[in-house]
Design a protein around this ligand. Structure first.
Ligand code: PEP
Ligand code: MG
Length: 908
């Protein structure tokens, strides 16, 4: 541990800098950097994240030297600001805020206006009595909640402080907070303190130093609160990072009409459009803007109201964006006509904005394409958002003509959502667990709602602006969000909501448009996004979509990605339409065609069942004869769709149980088609039942026991390829892949049989071309003995789904029941079926690849498990040195981007 716990900034001095985020947290590091750049920042200091770790690990105590360091830093602040902490004559008030390495909006605690008591408030009164008492009232309220822990006891209970405010307003006959008089604010302070004492048994501290240490401890302690933990889990923020604490001189946006406070972005975080964008409130404190309790004004109004300050702010924001070379999210306060910057950080943005900003910044000459691509690392899934559905115009028009437009709010998170109404997070979670689409409706969201937001398709709030908690968190989660819909009257107690003369109840359908802010009763049909229309549509609308900013940015990014990536990208596709889709998404081949998926359509399933339950070779051959033409046609169609791109066809890997009839009627049906006695068939079915089908008679084991099945498939592949080459003049490139190999002899035997049949079929047709034969590596034994297996393989493709299942001994089908607890408790950082477990499964991938290439230097190595579409896993596969990944077609844009990022970040 370093011995320096406290870093000062302000007054022309700055001990930290932007590259010290690990130690100072994002907020602290950027405050230090702004002070360094000469930007007006109220003086303050940051207590490091190492102190948080010390506090957590040492029974909530601090390193010995901390107290003296904090005192020295306060003295420095007093000198710079010309005020004294605890001095009634010229009091210095402080803000105490959290600030981790990654931003965690609203998840941890903050205390503002600290350092005030009955005596000190008198010192502030001289400047503005109402503001002085308003500060005091806010401080007691915030401190009482955060530090002294006075919270509602029951879920249905109102916030205790808000309840007192409501009482006083009623007694005074006023409806708005701003109508409360100085005497009323004094009354509030007294009643707040009394309620705290009555409910917690603790006396409110008057000593500013005691207040400060109480707040510091509460902020460090809030790293471990429930909502921060959930947020960390969702956003994969490590537990051990800890938060820093920033103590800073208060500046006041609530001292009169020449004061204001606001938040802004250097570009629009919803769509990426250039120019200062944000909101502010006159005569208010920062929390009023973010908390969503008053709906703020757009910053364009500040330009008219305070032109000079606006232009100062605009210049600073531009300077910050140029300095950080990324879109900035800022907070500011104007105190009696003087501008202070309180925060800057790289701004959170929607997928649309992320893509647009990345492309625009390259075009403006601010960054290189490689920078733009790597800046999208946290937003690698952004491209997915561009493929998200929107409302179907016909369905929307119908909703409008039927008068179902209920209200309009702020378009805060793009996309279209239609789902059942939940009025609280708990109900949203319960409804989602039943598989129902949910729209969470709240007056305003608070960090406690995070689980409900995660479970919902869309979020609708009555209060709050673009930068309210709901909007910020929804955008980050990629959720559809309409915020600040002030016409809504939400009645939690009766489970209903009214607007525009319409009333809807909990459980009713509601549709919200995160592009326009419109709210409709009932369902509205959704349809493909602009980018999807541009890629796949025909006609005028598609043509228009192809000219759209969003589509052009999408294309440009992917062009750059393709220029940088070294990993090949293929698709997992079994049907010609999927193959065609894959080509549009940039597939360079098919990495996995699961042939068993080709058997579900039409009459095929009956023939497959006949084949499985056949009692002898003759019966099986009979069923296979029926299947051969289907397979040949299916393969030919796939080859035509893929042209000269390689197509890896995996021989049958059926978990047999998936194909067998379960209901009595299906058994009867099959018996009839096979001309066998239903009882005999039932008996056969019982004999085929496996205790653990995933580890049973599947994959190449089937080819070993019934070679005729695999050979039918090989024949179909070769004949289809010959046909397409001859009749369609396409030099198609089939590859044959053998699944679930665990021993070199399995592959050797099956390869030998296949090669003979290929040679024979080609000779009969008078053609000659190469059909590579490879294997999947999806069992630990295969990875560990990959050198011997590789001598019979032209390629390996890691089946990381089965490899994960078998390395963990964790059933693919059953893990959903307990894996969430493993993630919740931090035993595993991610679901290993989504993001590759680099330590375990990844180690076997490395071993398998290295051993394989050692024995066979020309071996091509890919991966075709679900991990091929996960950005974090793609980075790992690139670093490991694989040749290609293969994933589902719609994940290809994300995979291409992730592959490029990996190539730039980890050059060979
Ligand atoms: C795998 O196991 O990773 C794989 C791609 O095969 P399947 O998912 O079909 O078992
Ligand atoms: Mg598998």
């Amino acid at each position: 541990m370093t011995a320096k716990y406290v870093y000062r900034f302000g007054g022309g001095e700055s001990e930290g800098s932007a590259d010290m985020k690990d130690l100072l947290g994002g907020k602290g590091a950027n405050l230090a950097e702004m002070a360094k750049l000469g930007i007006p920042v109220p003086a303050g200091f940051t207590i490091t994240t190492e102190v948080c770790t010390h506090y957590d690990q040492n029974d909530k105590t601090y390193p010995d030297a901390l107290q003296a360091d904090v005192q020295a830093a306060i003295t420095h602040m007093e000198e710079v600001m010309g005020r004294r902490f605890g001095d009634p004559e010229k009091p210095l008030l402080l803000s105490v805020r959290s600030g981790a390495r990654a931003s965690m909006p609203g998840m941890m605690d903050t205390v503002l206006n600290l350092g005030i008591n009955d005596e000190i408030v008198r010192g502030l009164e001289a400047a503005n009595p109402r503001a002085a008492w308003d500060c005091y009232r806010r401080f007691v309220q915030m401190y009482g909640d955060v530090v002294m822990d006075l919270k509602p006891v029951l879920k249905t209970e109102m916030d205790p402080f808000e309840a007192i405010i409501e009482d006083v307003k009623r007694e005074q006959g006023v409806t708005q907070d701003v109508d409360l008089r100085v005497e009323d604010l004094m009354e509030l302070v007294q009643r707040f303190k009394a309620r705290i004492e009555e409910r917690t048994g603790k006396i409110f501290p008057d000593d500013p130093h005691e207040q400060l240490w109480g707040a510091i401890s509460a902020v460090f302690g809030s790293w471990q609160n429930d909502r921060a933990k959930v947020y960390r889990r969702i956003n994969k923020i490590p537990e051990h990072w800890g938060t820093a604490v920033n103590v800073q001189a208060m500046v006041f946006g609530n001292m009169g009409d020449d004061c204001a406070t606001g938040v802004g972005f250097s570009r629009n975080p919803a769509n990426g459009a250039g120019g200062l964008y944000g909101e502010y409130l006159v005569n208010a404190q920062g929390e009023d803007v973010v908390a969503g309790t008053r709906t703020p004004q757009p910053l364009s109004k500040l330009r008219d109201a305070m032109p000079e300050l606006y232009s100062q702010l605009d210049n600073i924001v531009r300077k910050l964006e140029d300095h950080y070379r990324d879109m900035q999210d800022i907070e500011f306060t104007i105190e009696h006509g003087r501008l202070w910057m309180l925060q800057t950080r790289n701004g959170k943005r929607t997928g649309f904005a992320a893509c647009q900003i990345a492309v625009d910044m390259v075009e403006e000459g601010k960054v290189e394409p490689a920078d733009a691509l790597t800046r999208l690392v946290p937003d690698a899934n952004a491209l997915d958002q561009l493929l998200k559905p929107v409302f179907d115009p016909e369905s929307i028009n119908k909703a409008k003509t039927e008068g179902r437009l209920m209200a309009k709010g702020l378009a805060a998170g793009p996309g279209a959502a239609s789902g059942k109404i939940a009025f609280n997070a708990e109900d949203a979670v319960a409804m989602a667990a039943k598989g129902e689409p949910v729209v969470l409706v709240r007056v305003e969201t608070s960090p406690e709602d995070i689980r409900g937001m995660e479970a919902s398709q869309g979020i609708l709030t009555a209060r709050g602006g673009q930068t309210s908690h709901a909007a910020l968190v929804a955008r980050q989660m990629g959720k559809v969000c309409v915020a600040g819909c002030s016409d809504l009257v939400v009645d939690y107690a009766r489970g209903k909501m009214t607007a525009g003369g319409m009333t809807v109840k909990a459980g009713d359908y509601l549709s919200i448009d995160g592009f326009t802010g419109e709210v409709f009763t009932d369902r509205v049909k959704v349809m493909p996004s602009e980018v999807k229309q541009a890629l796949f549509g025909n006609g005028e609308a598609a043509e228009q979509a192809r000219q759209s900013h969003t589509f052009l940015a999408f294309q440009r990014l992917l062009e750059w990605a393709d220029q940088h990536r070294t990993l090949g990208v293929r698709a997992n596709a079994d049907q010609p339409d999927q193959a065609a889709e894959a080509v549009v998404y940039g597939a360079e081949g098919i990495g996995l065609c699961r042939t068993e998926h080709m058997f579900f359509g039409g009459d095929r399933i009956m023939a497959v069942r006949e084949m499985i339950v056949a009692t002898d070779h003759f019966g099986r051959e009979h069923a296979l004869e029926k299947l051969l033409p289907y397979q040949r046609d299916d393969f030919a169609a796939l080859f035509k769709a893929m042209g000269i791109r390689p197509v890896t066809i995996r021989l049958l890997d059926p978990p047999l149980h998936e194909f067998l009839p379960h209901s009595k009627i299906d058994v009867l049906h099959l018996a009839k088609s096979m001309h066998v006695d239903p009882e005999v068939l039932s008996q056969k079915l019982r004999s085929l039942r496996e205790f653990n089908p995933m580890l049973g008679h599947r994959g190449c084991r089937l080819g070993i026991t019934y070679p005729e099945i695999y050979m039918m498939q090989v024949r179909a592949i070769v004949e289809a390829a010959i046909h397409v080459r001859k009749h369609d003049n396409i030099d198609c490139l089939p590859e044959i892949m053998i699944p679930l190999v665990c021993h070199r002899k399995e592959l050797a035997i099956l390869r030998h049989q296949a090669e003979d049949l290929i040679a024979e079929t080609m000779a009969a047709a008078g053609v000659q071309f190469k059909i590579p034969i490879g294997t999947m590596i999806e069992l630990p034994r295969a990875a560990l003995t990959a050198d011997s297996i590789a001598t019979d393989a032209d390629f390996f493709s890691f089946g990381t789904n089965d490899l994960t299942q078998t390395v963990f001994g964790l059933s693919r089908d059953d893990s959903g029941r307990f894996l969430p607890d493993y993630l919740e408790q931090g035993i595993l950082p991610d679901d290993p079926f989504v993001s590759i477990d680099q330590e375990g499964v990844g180690a076997l991938v490395k071993i398998g690849m290295q051993q394989g290439r050692k024995a066979n230097p020309t071996l091509k190595v890919g991966i075709c498990g679900e991990h091929g579409g996960d950005p974090q896993s793609v980075h790992f596969f690139h670093k490991t040195g694989l040749n290609y990944i293969s994933c589902s077609p719609p994940r290809l844009p994300v995979a291409r981007l992730a592959a490029a990022q990996a190539a730039i970040l980890y050059p060979a």
